[in-house]
Design a protein around this ligand. Structure first.
Ligand code: MN
Length: 382
């Protein structure tokens, strides 16, 4: 059986004010083509189908189109809610959709939904764990030994009947998973990302998933395995933050043979518009329209020594989808970062400002600039 693992579609997302719906449509068209080309029999969507609990109508229609196209081809769909989805709204029509082999688990209500799909070697069992918090699991399983998030997820998994040896079993989950003390590498567009840095992260240990042949994870937007090759974040299919400029995106093709452990292949996904960073002076960057990629989402880092008026307007004349513009510090002056040597004397404004100016512009002030600064200094200290 060939299963295609995707997650974190975030349909309806806006990035820096730009509507991503057309990019998402092009991406899902690519996924449907990929299913045709590779003979995919099932698609796993591991949470965050939508970007918000109340997605815009266009996002709902896009998911409707995608599910209909897959169902039309007889491809089964397995989906769980993520933390961005409304669990209840995702469950709308779930019983009806299951008749078309579209299996959606929005809410956790005390037991994991299980779906058996058949291939020439027998059946593959899919276990669907919607996004849960410890309190949700505790509510439905009051007698389970739950002390934290890790034990809560373990208790939810313990509601599954034990698997026979040799059973081919897949779990879908949308959680923060760690391997020992190693947290997954966030991409920057997850709303959970800040929690990663403070060290109080709520996470489930990858070893909890030992009984599964493959674990299709969502939540972290950078593709990666956690603890084992078969416990994997597919990553978001598009760049959803400028921190992801240039990141390669992929889907996981999970190929089950007769044995309990599948073969994996990462299939690159190609965005309609890349998200990338360019550097140079504004004149250089806008000298002519590039032959390819002019429509890309651009973060321009200008090497001009001083901020320029109307820089964004000039940039967008060439790159209409430029998202961000900032200036590269050209500093050749002293390194003023914390810990980079004895600190400057904060009582002496002039030398301090000198060093700041040098670091920013890579040259000392001209006489004219020095005079302007002196005048300002006189004014504020008078
Ligand atoms: Mn997400």
């Amino acid at each position: 059986m060939k299963l295609l693992h995707l997650a974190d579609l975030h349909l309806g997302k806006r990035v820096n004010g730009f509507e991503m719906l057309e990019d998402q449509r092009a991406l899902l068209e690519q996924v449907v083509d990929l299913c045709d080309a590779r003979g995919v029999q099932a698609v796993a969507l591991a949470g965050d189908l939508y970007d918000t609990p109340l997605p815009p109508a266009g996002a709902v229609l896009l998911l409707d189109w995608f599910l209909t196209e897959l169902a039309r081809r007889g491809i089964a769909v397995l989906a769980v809610s993520g933390n961005h989805d409304s669990a209840e709204r995702l469950d709308f029509g779930a019983g009806l959709l299951a008749r078309e082999k579209v299996y959606i688990a929005g809410r956790f209500t005390g037991q994991l939904a299980r779906v058996e799909l058949a291939d020439e070697f027998g059946s593959v069992e899919f276990c669907l764990l919607p996004f849960v918090r410890a309190a949700t699991v505790r509510h439905f399983l009051p007698d389970a030994p739950i002390t934290d998030y890790d034990t809560a997820v373990a208790a939810a998994l313990a509601t599954l009947p034990p698997a026979d040896s040799g059973t081919r079993r897949v779990l879908l989950a949308h959680q923060m998973v760690v391997a020992g003390s190693r947290a997954p590498q966030a991409a920057g567009s997850e709303s959970c990302a800040p929690a990663l840095s403070v060290g109080t992260v709520e996470a489930v240990e990858s070893a909890r998933f030992a009984g599964f042949g493959y674990v299709a994870l969502g939540h972290i937007h950078r593709p990666q395995a956690v603890g084992s090759d078969w416990v994997r974040y597919s990553g978001a299919p598009l760049c959803y933050s400028l921190d992801e400029c240039g990141a390669e995106k992929s889907a996981v093709l999970v190929n089950f043979g007769a044995g309990p452990v599948p073969e994996l292949e990462l299939i690159p996904l190609h965005p309609r518009r890349a998200m990338r960073r360019i550097e140079g002076t504004l004149d250089q960057l806008t000298a002519h329209r590039p032959e390819t990629g002019a429509e890309d989402y651009i973060w321009a880092r200008l090497e001009d020594p001083t901020p320029l008026p109307d820089a964004m307007a000039r940039l967008r004349a060439v790159y209409p989808n430029a998202m961000k513009l900032d200036y590269k510090a050209l500093g050749t002056g002293p390194d003023l970062r914390p810990g980079a040597g004895p600190g400057p004397d904060i009582r002496a404004f002039a030398p301090l400002f000198d060093r700041f100016f040098q670091q920013l512009h890579g040259r000392p002030m001209t006489e004219e600039e020095q005079a302007a600064l002196d005048a300002m200094w006189q004014e504020v200290t008078r």
